[in-house]
Write a protein that binds this ligand. Structure first.
Ligand code: CO
Length: 135
């Protein structure tokens, strides 16, 4: 079951400068922000909590990062929407039964969550992430 929008992600070339911009836009305090590195995706990530959901800023750590490739093509901008699910395996099966193919099997993402993506061509050119909380 999908329970909420977990986060909306924005690809950025410079995390510090984007963080300052979005802190000012949202008007949030430092405790609303969490920064971490996700080695598997070669990115540095800042999560800004906004009520029940979050804004995720994604900065590439190498030219090999999928985010670096995205920025090279599009510049900074909206990258994906993440839906929170209580059971990512069940969700994957449900999607496959509708002939919607995930890009990969669920893998570990930021915050130790299990995540998987759908190809944007399946979803009106919007990259969709499914995320299941660590139990
Ligand atoms: Co995400």
């Amino acid at each position: 079951m999908i329970t909420k929008i977990d986060h909306i992600a924005i690809a950025v070339q410079n995390l510090e400068s984007a963080l300052e911009t979005f802190r000012n836009v949202i008007g949030c305090a430092g405790e609303a922000i969490r920064i971490e590195e996700v080695a598997s995706e070669k990115v540095r990530v800042a999560f800004i909590t906004v009520g029940e959901t979050k804004i995720e800023l994604l900065e590439p750590l190498s030219d090999e990062s999928p985010i670096a490739k995205f920025i090279a093509k599009n510049g900074d901008g909206m990258h994906h929407i993440a839906l929170q699910t209580d059971d990512i395996n069940k969700e994957t099966e449900r999607l496959e039964s509708l002939n919607i193919k995930p890009l990969s099997l669920p893998k570990e993402g930021a915050g130790g969550k299990k995540i998987m993506f759908l190809h944007p061509k399946e979803t009106n050119k919007v990259l969709i992430e499914f995320a299941q909380k660590k139990h």
